[in-house]
Design a protein around this ligand. Sequence first.
Ligand SMILES: [Zn+2]
Length: 120
Amino acid sequence: MKKLSCHCGEIKAEINVIGKLEKLLRCNCSICKRKGSIMSMVKNEDFKITKGIEKLNLYQFHSKIAKHFFCSVCGIYTHHNPRSNPAMTGFNVGCIDDIDSTNIKDTVLIDGKNHPLDKK
Ligand SMILES: [Zn+2]
C-alpha cells in the first residue's frame, strides 16, 4: 500500500501495490511534457481516493476521453485515467511521500505525442 497526497493535503489516496512500483513512466504528450511528472499505473480498483474527492478538478482536452485530475487548491496533478485504457489509473509518483521521484533514473517513455488512437 502506498499513500498519495497532493501538496496541500486536501487530496489523499491509497494505492494498492505490493513492494516497489513497477513501470515508472514519462510521457511526451502535450499535457505530460508540461507537467513533467513521473507516473505509474494501477487498475482503477487499486486506486482509492480517501480524502477530498470534492476538491478534485477534472481537466479534459482533445478527444475528452482521458481524465486528468488535479487538486483545486494547490493545483498539483494527482492522477489520471488514460485514453488508451480508461480502466487504469496513472498517478503522480512525486505525490508519494516515501519515494524521491527526483532520484528515479529508469523510466519508460510513452510516446503519447503520437498516440495510437490518433492514427487513421
Ligand atoms: Zn492540494
